[in-house]
Design a protein. Structure first.
Length: 137
């Protein structure tokens, strides 16, 4: 994963959060409900503190902006144009690595039918990388 994402300047965790935010923003456009940092962490089934730290790094890179919600404690992450473009480039790479990492022939892999299934696949890959000491934030 590191080799595949390094040309984009992203770690796996950064790519996971960017692509998840991309999906959630698409959903927000339909529902009109703002996305909070907590929503993003829950969607990815990630630790809230880790999510906040990684989002801070992505914000410093100019890939997203965070504002305050109606509840002053809530942070609302939004992709910048550069962040959206990078997330769109990262998504197919992450999916390709997922297929290769799990060594599933294309014909035997069922298509991902929703965002939750994609995040489960990405979390499984992330856990393996973490267990192998390959994960950096």
């Amino acid at each position: 994963m590191r080799i595949v994402l390094s040309p984009l300047g992203l770690t796996y965790v950064q790519a996971m959060l960017l692509t998840a935010l991309l999906r959630l923003e698409e959903r927000e456009a339909i529902t009109g409900t703002p996305i909070t940092q907590g929503d993003l962490a829950r969607f990815c089934q990630a630790d809230a503190t880790m999510t906040s730290q990684v989002l801070r790094t992505l914000e410093a890179k100019g890939l997203l902006e965070r504002s305050r919600g109606a509840d002053a404690r809530a942070r609302l992450p939004r992709l910048t144009a550069a962040g959206r473009a990078l997330a769109e480039r990262a998504l197919p790479l992450a999916e390709a690595v997922d297929r290769e990492f799990f060594d599933l022939p294309r014909q035997s892999r069922k298509p991902i039918s929703n965002d939750s299934e994609l995040m489960v696949d990405l979390r499984m890959l992330w856990a393996r990388q973490r267990d192998n000491g390959e994960l950096a934030s």
